[in-house]
Design a protein around this ligand. Structure first.
Ligand code: NAD
Length: 353
């Protein structure tokens, strides 16, 4: 298992260090893990003037999986767009064709109180959002702003090829097959032709997966159902823009940004695994960050790239045990209780493992 370690900036370094401690333990048990680290984002810009240096990209390409921390920081906000740290993530997605974004929204029973929704609505929530990353209105041409001030026109093009739709829907079906067997495809077919094509193709593919129940929902209704009764969903599959919005909505059901992992996969199952949060400059260097999103991203790596659901489940169980022991980093601590440090949480997961 060749794993590229790209810690990035801010808390990225601190949380990835905790995941690496777990990798060391697994390696000690005889799991064949090879790791190599490289700088990315602002750290790479500081070193060589590029957020995604050629050597880092080569390492990522050569690896089976990339374990990514987070990038960004206020000191880089005034750089030209192509030098900004976030450019590294887009570059990696594009260069490695990571087209399928998997974002689970899971509520651990111990943390049900952290959500802004009532515990009885979110307790036990376990949904997976599969979002397409390379097409849609974010990339379609033509795009732009034209005309003179006073009569300007802004325009973007929603665009999907049949091949792009097919490959993400297959990821959706396969993901549903490996979970609860229910797939909800999200579109806006009553208004947008592109998404009518999406729905037609979903129907075409469905017979290939007789063990998966396919249903369709309009995006506006889906947004509503996610806060009304989120537990009705198992796997949701959707395009780039709807997925962008719905996955953020779903993440907030869980209450803490520091708990949520993600995966971006290519057609062969190679992937980039990262927490959904950023580099949190406000708490960087203080030992306050929650390392669990990073550790759970690593669990996803074992499940989706390496086919080691056993190791994934072990890590996830260890995280649950660490939470059950009462330890909380500041982001998930109840008011008035004493939060633990990044390293203390990492140690608790290691012990439970
Ligand atoms: P952020 O996710 O970094 O932080 C938002 C809030 O959540 C902050 O208060 C932060 O302290 C808290 N937080 C985030 N992760 C946490 C954790 N693991 N434990 C405890 N608290 C945590 O978002 P932001 O502040 O909007 O952005 C900061 C920088 O990160 C920006 O430069 C942004 O561009 C970048 N960013 C990077 C990524 C990425 O690398 N994938 C994603 C989003 C934002």
């Amino acid at each position: 298992m060749k794993i590229a370690l790209l810690p990035g900036d801010g808390i990225g370094k601190e949380i990835l260090a905790e995941a690496v401690r777990i990798l060391e333990v697994l390696r000690g048990e005889g799991v064949a893990i090879e790791t190599e680290a490289a700088s990315v984002g602002g750290a790479a810009y500081d070193e060589c003037g590029e957020p995604l240096p050629a050597a880092t990209l080569a390492l990522a390409r050569d690896a089976d999986a990339v374990l990514f921390g987070a990038v960004g920081g206020p000191q880089y906000d005034t750089l030209p767009r192509d030098k900004r740290p976030e450019k590294a993530i887009l570059g990696l997605r594009q260069e490695c064709d990571f087209f399928a974004n998997l974002r689970p929204a899971t509520v651990f029973p111990e943390l049900a109180g952290a959500s802004t929704l009532k515990p009885e609505v979110v307790s036990g929530l376990d949904i997976m959002i599969v979002r397409e990353l390379t097409g849609d209105i974010y990339f379609g041409q033509p795009r732009g702003i034209s005309g003179e001030k006073g009569s300007r026109v802004g325009f973007n093009t929603m665009h999907y090829t049949e091949a792009q739709i097919r490959r993400i829907l297959h990821v959706g079906f396969r993901t549903a097959r490996a979970r609860g067997g229910r797939l909800t495809s999200v579109d806006k077919m009553n208004v947008l032709e592109t998404t009518q094509l999406w729905r037609d193709i979903a129907e075409e593919i469905a017979p290939e997966y007789p063990d998966v129940t396919l249903s369709h929902i309009l995006v506006d209704n889906c947004a509503m159902q996610l806060v009304r009764n989120p537990r009705q969903f198992d796997v949701i599959v959707t395009g780039n823009m709807f997925g962008d919005i719905l996955s953020d909505e779903a993440s907030m059901l869980t209450g803490s940004i520091g708990m949520l992992p993600s995966a971006s996969l290519d057609a062969e199952g190679k992937g980039l695994y990262e927490p959904i949060h950023g580099s949190a400059p406000d708490i960087a260097g203080k030992g306050l960050a929650n390392p669990l999103a990073q550790i759970l991203s690593m669990a996803m790596m074992f499940r989706y790239t390496f086919g080691r659901a056993d190791l994934a489940a072990r890590i996830e169980t260890a995280v649950r045990r660490a939470l059950a022991s009462g330890l909380r980093t500041a982001d998930i601590a109840e008011p008035g209780t004493k939060p633990c440090s990044t390293a203390e949480m990492g140690t608790a997961v290691l012990k439970a493992l």
